[in-house]
Write a protein that binds this ligand. Structure first.
Ligand code: ADP
Ligand code: MG
Length: 757
């Protein structure tokens, strides 16, 4: 590029940074400059911080600065420019003719020093300097230098220049200001000790001495940088000595370590997972050399890391017996896929164990497969779990089947109970016989509870909590077990809670007691004494039921596990290990507690504790006592089961009601015209021809406001599942017993009467 040697030097538009206390002073100079140059951009700095920000924010062609300002001075400005490495010409435009100041300014690199009365001199000086600079610039030097400076300025690493003696920061890049929250001006009065909490002044000087004396090129320090708001940044500082214009300074570069630390901590955590894993884990190179083994592998095989690291996989794996299998593992994993299957591991003692292996490729940062990782699961545990799963599924299937039978069985029981209650009434005068009939009713009712229990077991349905008398249930269960238990098991029942009630699901309490009694019986294969007792707790706030046996008792290690699902000491087919797990679960859902005391060789006592029901709930329940209402018309009964129909008909007859029964909607429909007065209908909710609704509609059309009782053998949830809405309906659960039917009749008739009136 040819530099014009004469005439006016043409300058493209220029950028000017002013350092002045007031805009008035700045504008005077600006106006003068504008007469000679095109000003592209101009700005005013009044403080050190403002100046630093403007200086590093963009390129400036020149700086025009007052000598002394209220918040800074030109010496500070020159220092910042020098430290930043930028090559910006600085023109000092002073209010005073200060010779010593002028000399100092030039010494520190200012281009010229002019007093404010010499504006023409300033312009001339600027013109000459810029023309010279333009020449230099086009030679390309400056461009590269500025590029480097910009890179430092933009760097995300924190960069500091420090005075070699005072250690004060001479220059910092923008990342420092952002990260620390301190302004440039504040930082210029600080040293590293003010910024870093883990290094004292003495230690810092000691460490830096090595660099200052040339013994070391650089030092690396771990630093905990504390920002202005107190946040700590763990970082690594590299410090070295740099020389600029005959003076030496420390140059420090800080790298934030938080990301690295996080990665490292994650790696450490992963390492622990691997170390404490319940799988035997080992890693090999591509050629099969073992590079890692976790402690669990030693438990599986007897080989510790020490024994096998560096050896070939053949030491751990029984490669010889099935080498084709190992070729397959290798080719699968090296092609980037996972391999899973059974393998045999050698044991240190010379034997074999079977394990289930999962083998995965491990890749390096370039994505190349460098290692293979083996995860070996104990096959025995897996086998056991499989057996348990099969068993649990078998139980579930049985439950389903039982559920199906239970439903039909309910219908049978309805008939049995119904007839028995009729017999009992007919034989009122023959106490010896009516007693037996009452027993039949009671047994049918027990059967109902049991079938309901089965239903509950087959689909985990929500059963209703009722207020029930503890002694009655305990008596009922011991009646049942005295019938079915072997004769050499003597049952001793002691009830001491007359009239005491708890809130419970009756069939579930029965299930609890039966499970405990069954275990007691199993513990007394040669017979013994089974004691069942009820009592109030000392506080009077709960009921205690005790079930004790004089059986084998349990050692501590069995006792510790009895409530765990699938824990059993009984032989295959005899024990499921579910009995006590279910008991525990049911006790929890009843808000109760269970404890077990056992003496090996002497026997076991289970103690159940249930909270008592408060008085209000009891009086509420008692208020709805049976009462016989008078019905003028007949009772229509619709059910497709002849046993149920007949049972209900008989019961109704006994109470003095007339019944007209039908096996479904068609037969009802046929006779509807000829039906006389009707006071009540009892309809099976789920007729097999789904005629329940039609029966209901037809009846309501003819007999407005007719009270209707719906019977069902299904629980609420199943009904909902069948899409049947039961809200607001009076539901009578099958099997139907005389007293329940009587109560429902009274309720439904009274309710309708109440609504009418
Ligand atoms: P299961 O009866 O199917 O084995 P349980 O959960 O009912 O399952 O009982 C778990 C284990 O607790 C039994 O196998 C037995 O070892 C022990 N156990 C339970 N009740 C008694 C008892 N009354 N006397 C001795 N051992 C008992
Ligand atoms: Mg059991």
């Amino acid at each position: 590029m040819v530099i014009p040697t004469c005439g006016v030097v043409m300058l493209s538009s220029i950028s000017v940074l002013f350092v002045e206390d007031s805009g008035v002073e700045k504008n005077k100079v600006l106006e003068a400059l504008k007469k000679h140059f095109t000003i592209e951009i101009h700005a005013l700095a009044t403080t050190t911080d403002e100046f630093h920000e403007l200086l590093t924010g963009r390129h400036w062609d020149l700086v025009v600065s007052e000598e002394y300002l209220s918040k800074t001075d030109v010496f500070e400005i020159l220092d910042i420019i020098n430290a930043s490495g930028r090559n910006v010409p600085v023109f000092v435009f002073s209010a005073y003719s200060d010779v010593r100041g002028a000399v100092e300014c030039i010494r520190r690199g200012a281009s010229d020093f002019r007093t404010k009365d010499d504006i023409a001199g300033l312009i001339e000086s600027v013109r000459n300097t810029l023309a010279r600079k333009k020449g230099v610039k086009e030679s390309g030097d400056d461009y590269e230098k500025e590029l480097l400076i910009d890179i430092i300025e933009e760097s995300r690493d924190l960069i500091f220049l420090m005075d070699e003696k005072s250690l004060k920061f001479r220059y910092v890049n923008r990342a420092v200001i952002e990260k620390t929250g301190y302004s440039f001006g504040e930082l210029r009065n600080m040293t590293p000790v003010d910024l870093v909490r883990n290094i004292s002044a003495e230690i810092l000087r000691e460490r830096l001495a090595g660099v200052a004396e040339g013994e070391q090129d650089k030092i690396v320090l771990f630093t905990e940088l504390v920002s202005k708001d107190g946040e700590v940044h763990q970082s690594e500082a590299t410090v070295q000595l740099v020389y600029r214009k005959n003076e030496s300074m420390f140059y420090a570069r800080l790298e934030d370590l938080s990301e690295k630390i996080r990665t490292h901590e994650n790696a450490m955590r992963m390492m622990q997972v691997v170390e404490y894993s319940t799988s035997g884990i080992f890693v090999t190179e591509r050629d099969g050399t073992v590079t890692y083994a976790n402690p669990k592998l030693e438990k599986q095989t007897g080989f510790s890391g020490k024994d096998i690291i560096g050896s070939n996989i053949k030491v751990i794996k029984n490669v010889i017996e099935d080498s084709a299998e190992y070729d397959r593992i290798w080719s699968t994993v090296l092609s980037g896929r996972r391999w899973a299957g059974r393998t045999k591991s050698n044991t240190k003692g010379g034997g074999h164990v079977e394990v289930i292996s999962f083998v995965s490729p491990i890749r390096n940062s370039k994505g190349e497969i460098t290692n293979l990782a083996f995860f070996d699961e104990d096959a025995t545990i897996a086998n056991e779990m499989k057996m348990q799963l099969i068993h649990a599924q078998k139980m579930e299937t049985l439950g389903e089947l039982a559920g199906g039978i239970a439903h039909d069985f309910n219908n049978v029981l309805t008939a049995v109970g119904g007839f028995a209650s009729v017999i009992s009434r007919k034989l009122k005068d023959r106490k010896d016989l009516s007693y037996l009939a009452d027993k039949l009713v009671e047994l049918a009712e027990s059967g109902r509870s049991l079938t309901q229990g089965l239903l509950g077991y087959s689909r985990k349905r929500e059963q209703e909590f009722r207020i029930i008398e503890v002694d009655r249930i305990v008596r009922k269960v011991s009646d049942i077990i005295s019938l079915v238990f072997p004769e050499d098991v003597v049952i001793d029942l002691e009830t001491g809670c007359d009239g005491v009630r708890i809130k419970a699901i009756e069939s579930q309490i029965e299930q609890i007691l039966l499970n405990l009694a069954n275990n007691a019986k199993d513990a007394m294969p040669d017979g013994g004494l089974l004691t069942v007792s009820t009592s109030k707790s000392a506080s009077g706030k709960s009921v205690i039921i005790r079930i004790g046996d004089t059986g084998t008792g349990m050692p501590a290690d069995v006792l510790a596990n009895i409530f765990k699902p699938f824990f059993t000491t009984k032989s295959e087919g005899k024990g499921t290990g579910l009995g006590l797990a279910i008991v525990k679960d049911l006790m929890d859902s009843h808000g109760g507690k269970i404890a077990c005391d056992s003496v090996l060789g002497h026997g076991t006592v289970f103690t159940l504790e249930f909270p008592l029901v408060d008085i209000d709930e009891i009086s509420c329940a008692a208020a709805t006592s049976d009462s016989l209402v008078k019905l003028d018309g007949c009772v229509v009964v619709v059910d497709d089961d002849p046993g149920v129909r007949e049972g209900i008909e008989t019961m109704l007859g006994e109470f003095g009601y007339r019944a007209a029964s039908f096996d479904g909607f068609p037969s009802l429909h046929n006779k509807l015209e000829h039906l006389g007065e009707v006071s009540l209908a009892v309809i099976d909710m789920v007729l097999s021809d789904s005629g329940s609704m039609m029966a209901e509609e037809a009846l309501l059309e003819k007999y407005k406001n007719l009270p209707i009782i719906y019977m069902t053998g299904y629980d609420d949830e199943s009904l909902k599942a069948k899409g049947i809405d039961i809200t607001g309906k009076i539901i009578l659960k099958k099997p139907v017993f005389a007293h329940a039917l009587l109560k429902m009749i009274a309720e439904s008739v009274n309710e309708k009467a109440g609504r009418k009136g």
